[in-house]
Design a protein around this ligand. Structure first.
Ligand code: PSU
Ligand code: MN
Length: 312
């Protein structure tokens, strides 16, 4: 073993996650930024618990990822989940923030980039979230592009999401995913989903219709070898539960203006915009966001189950 490997920090697995992985049982990773910084309190804790319950109902083991007291954690027990949801000192950690968080003993919620990294290190292949980060509107001036994209270009994980957040420049984000070589599958659709909306209007090249089909794609990815890139399973929110598109467009324009007027930048942009949308839609965007996340978590459990069955 090389010197660097022998000193590697591996994430701390909860006993339940450790046993499931050792036995080849299905496990689904869940991110924690949506809990700590993406949803209002006290609803966020209820949602965190509900998402874990949905994974279990689907026959898989949930592994919520976070950093607690400088330790990377995969699989949280009840009071740890409570800490992530309720403690004000919980920071937002992208992949690049992990090393300083570990070094300083910090607590933090992990974004898609940090969650995908830690989950893959733990040996978890399937991960569910709401919407990915991506290329922001106005990126040509701000250069604001979520680290989610580049991390997914070099991490072998299957992410189930409702597309990318509609606060972003969706066509530019899809272009970037193409450049980065990240596979995108539309689940039951040939349109890329629009997070709060069932469709962003943008086409996707590949459509799958069952969890088994997704499992077959991931097996083919392994058989091919090549770069350790991700597969994005883009799963639309059901139309009946989407945000009214006209309301969405109007309110988003207002929220983007507010973001600029107040000079919000960096890590604060995404939580600010999500919060603005929630306030300005009277909570309707929150319901659409939750409907999307629930659907993604259910589907991720089915994909993890299909992968485990195929491996038998
Ligand atoms: N999906 C949601 N709510 C969220 C996020 C995703 O429904 O809050 C989080 C994810 O953790 C994602 C992050 O990785 O927002 C992107 O933040 P940024 O644009 O700063 O990279
Ligand atoms: Mn950003």
């Amino acid at each position: 073993m090389s010197d660097t490997t022998s000193h590697r920090t591996t994430p701390d697995l909860s006993p339940e996650v450790r046993e499931a992985l050792a036995a080849g049982r299905p496990v689904v990773a869940l991110e924690s930024t949506i809990i700590a910084h993406g949803l209002p309190r006290p609803r966020n804790l209820a949602v965190a618990e509900e998402l874990e319950a949905l994974v279990r109902a689907g026959g898989a083991v949930p592994a919520t990822v976070a950093v607690l007291d400088g330790r990377p954690r995969v699989g949280l027990v009840k009071d740890e989940l409570e800490r992530v949801a309720e403690d004000d000192s919980v920071r937002k950690l992208g992949h690049r923030d992990l090393a300083p968080a570990l070094a300083s003993g910090a607590c933090g919620a992990t974004t898609v980039s940090a969650t995908a990294f830690l989950a893959a290190r733990a040996g978890i292949r399937v991960f569910a979230t709401g919407g990915l980060g991506g290329v922001h509107r106005g990126w040509i001036d701000t250069q604001d592009e979520s680290a989610d994209l580049r991390l997914l270009a070099r991490t072998r994980i299957t992410v189930v999401c409702a597309g990318v957040k509609s606060i972003l420049d969706v066509p530019a984000t899809l272009q970037r995913l193409e450049t980065l070589g990240v596979t995108v599958l539309g689940y039951g659709t040939d349109r890329f989903p629009g997070f709060y909306l069932a469709s962003s209007g943008e086409p996707v090249d590949w459509t799958v219709r069952t969890p088994e089909e997704v499992a077959t794609v991931t097996a083919a990815q392994d058989a091919l070898g090549g770069p350790e890139s991700a597969v994005i399973v883009a799963n639309p929110v059901p139309e009946a539960e989407q945000l009214d598109p006209a309301l969405h467009d109007r309110v988003l324009a207002e929220a983007l203006d507010a973001c600029q007027e107040r000079g919000i930048g960096g890590q604060a942009v995404t939580p600010f915009l999500l919060d603005q949308l929630m306030r300005r839609t009277g909570g309707a965007s929150l319901e659409a966001n939750l409907a999307a996340v629930r659907g993604n978590v259910r589907l991720a459990a089915r994909i993890a189950v299909a992968r485990a069955a195929a491996a038998r």
